[in-house]
Design a protein around this ligand. Structure first.
Ligand SMILES: NC(=O)c1ccc[n+]([C@@H]2O[C@H](COP(=O)([O-])OP(=O)(O)OC[C@H]3O[C@@H](n4cnc5c(N)ncnc54)[C@H](OP(=O)(O)O)[C@@H]3O)[C@@H](O)[C@H]2O)c1
Length: 216
């Protein structure tokens, strides 16, 4: 089978090449859903539970709740018994609610500050939204971000930025929830391996995860 190997991270797509690889064990081949859950599911899990220490009864503001990471975070937080407020563009309201958000803040038209206080902010944006979100964290709460070092910290809480790491136990739990229908993944487009480079360089914005199908 063919696989894409990154030879030079700084060179973008010019630093990728197609190589022949041995066939993997068929039993380990992931389904399309499986292919989309590792990065998004683990990021959401680690942000909510490892870094954010989210517990049942707490409130969490999930930015980008219609996106790939945010939709996972909204579902997992809801399943953990948290009160979930999702954010995104106006057009994302229904998608975010469908992924488990109980309230939605339209960042194009609503005031983020009207959210009041939350125990946890899960930020995927950084910048101005990330900065303003720090002010929403209640005393003892946490701002968790995957968008790089936070530019502002909660007055009486923690700010944590992290990069997802692989974790077999967490991934097994996430995969089980996908299998039994408790978690839905947000797949944007499915491309063949031959079209992989173009798929990662879209001319138009693609929502959700891009999946490269290695086998026809
Ligand atoms: N540190 C880590 O370990 C880690 C791990 C995974 C992901 N990340 C980062 O997390 C970020 C999110 O990843 P993702 O895969 O979830 O992306 P995504 O699927 O594009 O989700 C982002 C969502 O937020 C929306 N959005 C973007 N800008 C917005 C704005 N200004 N106002 C309102 N809504 C806005 C997007 O809408 P549109 O599609 O309409 O723009 C989309 O629905 C990326 O920057 C990614 O690199 C970091």
């Amino acid at each position: 089978m063919k696989a894409i190997v990154v030879t030079d991270e700084a060179a973008g797509t010019a630093g990728m090449k197609l190589v022949e690889r041995p066939e993997p064990d068929a039993a380990r081949l992931a389904s399309l859903s499986g292919a989309s859950i590792a990065m998004t599911g683990l990021t959401a899990w680690q942000g909510l539970f490892e870094h954010g220490h989210l517990r049942a009864g707490q409130s969490v503001l999930v930015h980008g709740a219609a996106g790939a990471v945010g939709s996972m975070a909204a579902q997992l937080a809801r399943q953990a018994g948290a009160y979930v407020i999702g954010t995104g563009r106006a057009a994302h309201r229904q998608t975010a609610l469908d992924f488990g958000a109980q309230e939605f803040v339209d960042l194009e038209n609503d005031s983020l500050e009207d959210v009041g206080g939350v125990d946890l902010v899960f930020d995927v944006f950084g910048g101005d939204i990330g900065k303003r979100s720090a002010g929403l964290v209640r005393a003892g709460g946490t701002l968790v971000t995957v968008a790089g070092p936070p530019e502002a910290r909660p007055a009486d809480g923690l700010a944590v930025d992290f990069v997802v790491v692989s974790d077999r136990a967490q991934l097994s739990e996430i995969a089980q929830r996908v299998r039994d229908g408790r978690l839905r993944t947000n797949i944007g487009q499915i491309a063949t391996l031959d079209d992989a480079v173009a798929a990662f360089n879209p001319t138009e914005r693609v929502k959700g995860k891009t999946i490269i199908r290695v086998r026809p």
